[in-house]
Design a protein around this ligand. Structure first.
Ligand code: MOS
Length: 743
């Protein structure tokens, strides 16, 4: 049976169907923003600063202008006026931007001019001819910066300090104590598709081909900056080549839009790979101190998680790393604190599993060290301190199948019988073998979304919502939800997505896109079905007449009596008799404050890692990863597995490879390309297994869906670091782990 046949006879939700956009992607037909070439297109190239702090004193504008093909050079002096200052924060989630407002340089890689030309080559050469001179000032780009401060808020507005119980007393009374400091570096998103825009103005109307994880957010920000109504801005973003949080809002693309304004022609701006280490946010570095105390039986008495992080000199995004300690382990005293330093770097921002990625790394390593101090198996120690309710709030979890994740993951991995002491196992070649584990967690969030559903007289259905396909499978999962909600076979369902002039489907972020936009689609589909039901049950000519609006269910393009599915009729018949071309339903979704008040809502998982370490060279290879995750209802197990695997691979990258190397003198990223900034390639990837642990959640949303996009990166890096210790006896606390740290 083909996949299509299989799902025709049942529910489309839960089926492991392949990506609907797969053929377009592998045949090169999927159109990404930079694939657009409108008539009269010009090319813009950013000139960026090579110093990290100071002023631009000279640019050879004449040389750039004299180059054949160069049409304009945009500088602070001729940049079109904006209706708002680039630092205006009135639109939600705004961050301060560098839009050529003056001659100041605030970080290396900051845009300082834009060259616009008939060809990409001419614009690139023009930008090189600017040969800037600077008045440079001393910089600070590391966490050793001289002065720190306690921020007002961290993450999206949480408190910088949270105190539950008396951690100092708990530590003092503890039989076992550990204190350790873990460091994580700046990381950059490195999406396959760099930030890009094709911008065209028509009077005060703006048309954009631009990858975005949030249509409405981006529209609001641009409307403010340009002083035009939101509805004047149309953004097309059918496909996104990875975003990871960096494409929630327009950043440097605004310079492309300004360039189009300046020259009065459509302009394309695509960042180079090197420029992806500049004005597009990054994961902030952290230095995290964890202090844990436990009773003789291994019960945690106190947990203090302090995170130092960094932000820019001109904005305030603070990575909420210490938040990772709020939910996972039961302890009578849990304290989290944060401080920050201001660096001469770009502003950090949201990057896949912000907070939890680096925070859970430190926490899971510290838990492993504490288990060792207590002489306990790391899994037994975690079970000893299992949080039956959310520790600080005392709220019950809306669902939490973490115990099952531990059990299923451990069984598949073969954890049982693992020796407590390190350096106990070798493979046939004499390599040191080690096993480690970590717990994964990420909040199950809900945002706001709308959707519109249509049932047509030809028996087909349409679902409209401005959702975001960024590689995760949104086209597919949403079509499954839409088809199910409309009681249609998947092949009869048309999904319209990826444009701003559709119902606002919220953001693809916070691992909440499927939960949020999917819930809106579900509601829209139900509304359309309710309208159709009304037509049928009130029509004496219908076999459903008198069945009542709850006596009827949709099934395979028919409405049937639930007590006798043989009695029913096709949607097409109902519409035809009513003389209607279609019926429509609208739906929305939003966070439920009452549910959030009563329940703690998180996804959970357990990751097990095996590493082999060369005892002479210190080289680490991950040979096996097994992750077991519970995230509520699973729309498409194939897509979800791929999200988990991708997340775990990023965890491997976090543990062993990734990190920007900052030059403390120039303030520049020394490895701003994919040759120097290591991310895993196929040869680095061992067997990565993701187990989908069953979990039902009746509280998170109507669909019962929690997030799966970010959790895979959490837990994994810690599991690998702990496996490295188990293999070698070395507690490496500076990431990524390098051979010299092991030897
Ligand atoms: Mo994610 S960091 O919410 O795209």
């Amino acid at each position: 049976m083909s996949e299509t046949q299989r799902i025709r006879h049942g529910s489309s939700i839960g089926q492991p169907i392949t990506r609907r956009d797969g053929p377009l992607k592998v045949t090169g037909q999927a159109r990404f923003a930079a694939d657009n070439h409108p008539q009269g297109l010009l090319h813009a190239v950013l000139a960026t600063s090579s110093i990290a702090r100071g002023r631009v004193t000279f640019l050879d504008e004449a040389a750039a202008r004299a180059h054949p093909g160069v049409v304009q050079v945009m500088l602070p002096g001729n940049r079109p006026a904006l209706a708002q200052h680039p630092d205006d924060k009135s639109a939600p989630f705004s961050f301060n931007m560098d839009l050529l407002q003056d001659d100041r340089v605030r970080y290396a890689g900051q845009p300082i001019a834009v060259v616009i030309a008939e060809t990409l080559e001419a614009a690139t050469e023009g930008a090189a001819l600017l040969a800037p001179r600077y008045a440079a000032e001393p910089v600070e780009v590391t966490l050793d910066a001289t002065s720190s401060y306690v921020p007002e808020a961290i993450g999206v507005g949480g408190p910088a300090e949270l105190r539950h119980g008396d951690a100092e007393a708990g530590l003092q009374g503890a039989a076992h104590r550990i204190e350790a400091v873990y460091e994580t570096p700046q990381q950059f998103h490195n999406a396959m598709e760099p930030h890009a825009v094709v911008a065209a103005w028509d009077g005060d109307r703006l048309s954009l081909d631009m990858p975005t994880q949030g249509f409405a957010l981006t529209q609001m920000r641009l409307a403010g900056l340009f002083g035009i109504p939101v509805e004047n801005i149309v953004i097309r973003s059918p496909f996104i080549g990875g975003g990871f949080g960096s494409k929630l809002l327009a950043g440097p693309q605004v310079l492309g839009i300004l360039a189009a304004r300046l020259v009065g022609r459509p302009v394309k701006l695509v960042l180079t790979r090197a420029q992806m280490y500049g004005p597009v946010t990054h994961r902030a570095p952290t230095r995290q101190r964890l202090r844990l105390g436990a009773a003789p039986d291994g019960a945690l008495l106190a947990l203090h998680h302090h995170a130092r992080t960094a932000t820019s000199r001109f904005d305030d995004f603070i990575e909420p790393a210490a938040n990772a300690s709020h939910t996972l382990y039961a302890a009578p005293a849990i304290v989290t604190t944060t401080d920050a330093v201001r660096l001469d770097t770009g502003t950090p921002g949201f990057m896949r599993a912000p907070g939890e990625a680096s925070g859970s790394l430190a926490l899971e390593c510290a838990i492993d060290e504490m288990a060792e101090a207590c002489g306990m198996d790391p899994l037994a120690f975690r079970l000893r301190n299992y949080a039956e309710v959310e520790p600080i709030s005392g709220k019950p979890f809306s669902s939490k199948a973490l115990r099952e994740c531990y059990a299923e993951g451990a069984a598949r991995f073969g954890w049982e019988g693992r020796k407590l002491a390190p350096r106990q196992m070798r493979d046939a070649d004499g390599l040191l073998l080690g096993w480690g584990m970590g717990t994964a967690t990420f909040p199950a969030l809900m945002f706001q979304a709308e959707a519109r559903a249509v049932l047509r007289r030809d028996g087909s259905g349409l679902m409209e919502a401005g959702t975001h396909e960024m590689g995760q499978g949104a086209w597919t999962a949403f079509a499954q939800i839409a088809a199910e909600s409309l009681g249609l076979d998947l092949e009869r369902l048309e999904l319209r997505a990826g444009r701003s002039d559709l119902p606002n489907a919220g953001i693809a972020g916070g691992s909440a896109h499927t939960a949020t936009a999917g819930s809106a689609m579900q509601a829209a589909g139900e509304a359309a079905i309710a309208r159709l039901t009304e037509l049928a049950v009130t029509d004496p000519r219908s076999p459903l007449f008198g069945a009542g609006n709850i006596g009827v269910v949709p099934r395979g393009g028919r409405l049937v009596r639930w007590d006798d599915p043989s009695r029913g009729e096709d949607y097409a018949e109902i519409l035809a008799r009513a003389g209607l071309e279609q019926v429509e339903g609208r739906g929305s979704a939003a966070p439920d404050p009452a549910a959030a008040e009563r329940y703690a809502m998180h996804s959970h998982g357990a990751v097990f890692a095996e590493v082999k370490v060369d005892p002479d060279l210190g080289q680490v290879r991950v040979t096996r990863l097994v992750g077991a995750f519970a995230a509520g209802r699973i729309i498409n197990p194939r897509l979800v597995q791929s999200q988990y695997q991708g997340g775990m691979i990023w965890g491997l990258s976090f543990a062993l490879q990734e990190g920007a190397v900052m030059d403390p003198r120039s303030g520049r990223v020394m490895n701003a390309d994919l040759a120097g900034y290591h991310v895993p390639v196929n040869a680095d990837i061992p067997s990565v297994e993701a187990i989908l642990v069953e979990e039902e959640d009746r509280h998170v949303n109507a669909l019962g869906v929690k997030g799966v996009g970010e959790i895979g990166i959490t837990g994994t890096a810690g599991a690998i670091a702990n496996a490295v210790w188990h293999a070698t006896g070395a507690r490496v606390r500076q990431f990524p782990i390098t051979p010299e740290a092991i030897l």
